[in-house]
Design a protein around this ligand. Sequence first.
Ligand code: NAP
Length: 428
Amino acid sequence: MNIAVVGLSHKTAPVEVREKLSIPTPQTADAIAQLTSYPHIEEVTILSTCNRLEILIVTEETEQGVREVTQFLADYGQLSLHELRQHLFILLHQDAITHLMRVSAGLDSLVLGEGQILSQVKHAHQLAQQHKGASRILNRLLKQAITAGKRVRTETNIGSGAVSISSAAVELAKLKQPNLGDCRISILGAGKMARLLVQHLLSKDATQITILNRTLPRANELAAQFQQASIRTGTMDELEATLVASDVVFTCTSATEPILDRQALEAILSPDQSMMLFDIAVPRNVHRNTNDLDNVHAFNVDDLKAVVAQNQESRRRMAMEAEAILENEVDSFLDWWRSLDTVVTISSLRSKIESIREQELEKALSRLGAEFGEKHQEVIEALTRGIVNKILHDPMVQLRAQRDIEARKHAMQTLHLLFNLEPTPSKK
Ligand SMILES: NC(=O)c1ccc[n+]([C@@H]2O[C@H](COP(=O)([O-])OP(=O)(O)OC[C@H]3O[C@@H](n4cnc5c(N)ncnc54)[C@H](OP(=O)(O)O)[C@@H]3O)[C@@H](O)[C@H]2O)c1
């Protein structure tokens, strides 16, 4: 069995491409069902976030498995294979495992060390379990990646300073509008990203904040978490009136189509009203044609690269500490993975020796006769078990410890030959 990851991220694909390949939660079940129906995909997990879409698979035939995923992505995103391949990365075996651990720890994120990715990996794992995409190998790998992510967050300082895409968006806004306290600010959306936006805006002295959401109770709940600020709330019905009274607008809804475009803004903004839009949603909430308007300046997640460069520098040393933890977690997963091969040999060796032990014990007890007390029988039983366990201990440990695939295979063949074990059933 092999592990592979096929995907694209902020490092390989611009937001225009990423948004075509975003797989929202409600569509994950169908995507997993389709992927697992392909002949060479045994297990699958989909990680879809604003900065990446990664499909992790377990496959008996790597080349065909990867080809099936690539074709699925091209169909899903309605892209030609040629267009898609320019943005795709493919990682195999140990590289795929290490990559997942790094992603989970926030080391592959646009904002190095951001913590949201860990919950996104957990969410991807839950969906894969729920829709029967992940089984023995991916369950183990994802659990290990989540442990790795948690360890990096608790054992290093990489997560300090509560960095996120939202904090980077506020940094960028501050760069463009140094006095956020004087700006009328609107946020469209009231989810996790909106909460972080409010938090960072308040820390930058913003005072005039309005939150609009599809549903009012969620906007109110969010505003209530910041009692110290007086935040206005409303629904999308108030969008036009709110935009007219805004200098800076942040968009962070999970809508799959743009909420704002050139036509909409042109119709409501007077030519002398300028506006800055910071869109952190993927798929984007703000159509790219808004930048055609002279009085509108729109930025999206890819524009955050400029502000995160500084953040990256100061976090690089912490990232190095994290790499050592990840190496340890990768080794632990690889040890488990390698041990899977040896399970059949070990259990057939064990059952062969166990049946010899039972037969010989029975013969010995029948020779000793009925007067031989139950207590003595127990002692002899324990003695024989002890001898068997002690004899088997070293060969089993040695077999599991063989890291080299060929050496391990050779050791297993030798055991099969010397102990005349049943042949190992071939996988598929
Ligand atoms: N989570 C992250 O780490 C992260 C990082 C960067 C960017 N993003 C992007 O930010 C966006 C929001 O993410 P999130 O984590 O904050 O999501 P979330 O917590 O699930 O919140 C989703 C928000 O979107 C609204 N919404 C959903 N569908 C809508 C529609 N069709 N029209 C209008 N509003 C709609 C929801 O409104 P209701 O309350 O009415 O349902 C809610 O306010 C996504 O595009 C995501 O890709 C997320």
